[in-house]
Each structure stands twice: as structure tokens, then as C-alpha cells.
Design a protein around this ligand. Structure first.
Ligand code: PPS
Length: 288
């Protein structure tokens, strides 16, 4: 399949046709956010599915029933994907959603509501690696080519949802005040219970230590990878082929060190530094 057949362009961003179409994007634009909604926003491969697992659990106080009976994409659907229209009426308030939209594509009702956002960031070097393997296993995405070819595409923004730098910059400068919380994938890897305490306070849930530990246990890499409602094993092999790579691949910080040559690292750092300008100093990780 050609790139044109696989992707549609939405405000200049490449989105897979398998999961998005003009109707789903119109539905997202007209979606009515409620004040108590929570949306986890990420650039792809930053920890979306992890936060998709966490949010409903924090909102419902740690009740694991849904986690064992409903697939993750229906527990906290994507704002921009086709599936939302089918399940929106079944979502119980407070609703959890996920989105890969940059800030300027969020619908009008998001801005007028008091809905909260958790923006998850990840070291872009690990994002490229994760995305590279994801493109190998996802039948609805272009073949990534070699790692260096894929890096060129990433740096030029010829990948899903465009440039990482644009996405991160768009969400770092909002007028959302205390409606937005920033967290990193690395922080979640380092101490998940601490991250969960922060999320729970932000959402006004004040969960007991017992519930925090229960959610942390359930949301560990190992347990999510083993849960058929979370590990994408329900998706036909032609869309996601676990023989090529697992969605739950490694779940670690720093795998980029096994993939970047010194030349690719120098190129990567120079492009990102230039695009981020003074912003690069306030990032939670070094670009080098
Ligand atoms: S997507 O396709 O954009 O929704 O992907 P996304 O969920 O954002 O990112 C996938 C990566 O997140 C890792 N992951 C986790 N890491 C640690 N702990 C838990 N519980 C966890 N859940 C998902 C997943 O393994 C992908 O990273 P890589 O580096 O490829 O392993």
C-alpha cells in the first residue's frame, strides 16, 4: 500500500486511515467536553497506553473490574479515532480519554470546559526507537526502512502526528493553568506509586496507599503485557503482528543507546536543539 492509501493529512499531520477518517475528525471537533473529563495527551510512543490504563483506575478508586472485561481502547478512547463515536454513550462520568492532538487541534468545547489534561512526555530518543519497532509490527503503518532512514523521517516530521518538537512546544505553552499536569515516562518508570500519588492529587481523588499500591501493581509493564484487555492480543495479526515486535516491547528508559550511532546522535541533537531553541534547557532529559 502506498503512503497516500495508508494515511490522511489533517492540518498537515499524517494520521493512519485504519483508525481515523474525516468523520472521526469531525466528531472530535464537535465533541462536547464535560468539566469532569480527563484527557491524557501524548506524542505517539510516549506512554499513552500506560496512562490509558492508569486514568480509569485512578478515577474509579482502583476497581479492577473494567480492566479485566473491557479492552483499553474502549475504557479510555482516543478523541480523534473512529471508535469514539461507537462507545461515547457507554462512558461513565468522570470520563477518561486519550489524544495525540497538538494543543491547537483540540476542539472548542475543550477550551470552554474545565476538563483536565495530563501531558505525558518521553525522551524523544526512546520514542524513535519505540516507534521504529511499532512501524515494523503495525500492518496499517508504512514500513520504517532502516533505523537511520526512519530517524530522518522523524526529524522532518514525516511521521504520525508530525514533529515531536512542535507537539511538545504546543502543550508547554497553554493558558490551561492548573488544568494541566506534566509528567514524564521516565518519572513513571522510576517510581510508579509516586507518579500515581501525583496523578491522584491532581484529579482530586486522594487515593489510599492501599489503592495506589494496587493500581501500581496492576499497571506494571509485566502485568499490562499479560492482560489480554490491555496487550492488543485481541487485535487481528494483520493489524498488529506480535511475531514482528510486541506492543509491550521493552518498557525501559534508555534503549536508544542500543540503536543510535555517534553520527545519528550528533544529527539528532543538532536538529532538536535548533528547533527547541531556549526550550531545550528546561527539558527533563539531556538531548546529548
Ligand atoms: S502509542 O502507539 O502511541 O499508543 O504507544 P504508547 O502507548 O504511547 O507507547 C508505547 C510504549 O510504552 C511502553 N509501555 C510501558 N512502559 C513501561 N511500563 C508500562 N506499564 C508500559 N506500558 C506501555 C511500551 O512498552 C512502549 O515502549 P517500548 O520502548 O517500545 O517498549
Amino acid at each position: 500500500m502506498s503512503s497516500k492509501e495508508m494515511y490522511l493529512l489533517h492540518h498537515g499531520l499524517k494520521l493512519p486511515k485504519e483508525t481515523h477518517d474525516l468523520e472521526s475528525l469531525k466528531f472530535a471537533q464537535e465533541f462536547t467536553f464535560k468539566n469532569e473529563d480527563v484527557v491524557a495527551v501524548t506524542y505517539p510512543k510516549s506512554g499513552t497506553i500506560w496512562m490509558q490504563e492508569i486514568l480509569p483506575l485512578v478515577l474509579n478508586g482502583g476497581d479492577l473490574t473494567l480492566i479485566h472485561t473491557v479492552p483499553n481502547w474502549d475504557r479510555a478512547p482516543w478523541l480523534e479515532e473512529k471508535r469514539l463515536a461507537e462507545v461515547v454513550d457507554q462512558l461513565k462520568s468522570p470520563r477518561a480519554l486519550v489524544s495525540h492532538f497538538p494543543y491547537h487541534l483540540m476542539p472548542p468545547s475543550f477550551h470552554t470546559s474545565k476538563a483536565k489534561v495530563i501531558y505525558v512526555m518521553r525522551n524523544p530518543k526512546d520514542i524513535i526507537v519505540s516507534s521504529y519497532y511499532f512501524h515494523q509490527m503495525a500492518g496499517f503503518l508504512e514500513d520504517p526502512g532502516t533505523f537511520d532512514e526512519f530517524m530522518d523521517k522523524f526529524l522532518e516530521g514525516r511521521v504520525l502526528f508530525g514533529k515531536w518538537t512542535d507537539h511538545v512546544k504546543s502543550w508547554r505553552h497553554t493558558e490551561l493553568g492548573d488544568r494541566i499536569m506534566y509528567i514524564t515516562y521516565e518519572e513513571m518508570c522510576q517510581d510508579l506509586p509516586a507518579a500515581l500519588r501525583r496523578i491522584s492529587e491532581f484529579l482530586g481523588r486522594h487515593l489510599s496507599e492501599e489503592s495506589i499500591q494496587k493500581i501500581a501493581e496492576h499497571c506494571s509493564f509485566k502485568n499490562m503485557k499479560a492482560n489480554n484487555m490491555s496487550n492488543f492480543s485481541l487485535v487481528p495479526k494483520k493489524y498488529m503482528d506480535p511475531d514482528k515486535s510486541s506492543f509491550f516491547r521493552k518498557g525501559v528508559v534508555g534503549d536508544w543507546k542500543n540503536h543510535f550511532s555517534s553520527e545519528s546522535l550528533a544529527k539528532f541533537t543538532s536538529v532538536l536543539r535548533k528547533e527547541l531553541g531556549s526550550e531545550s534547557v528546561s527539558l527533563p532529559w539531556s538531548l546529548d
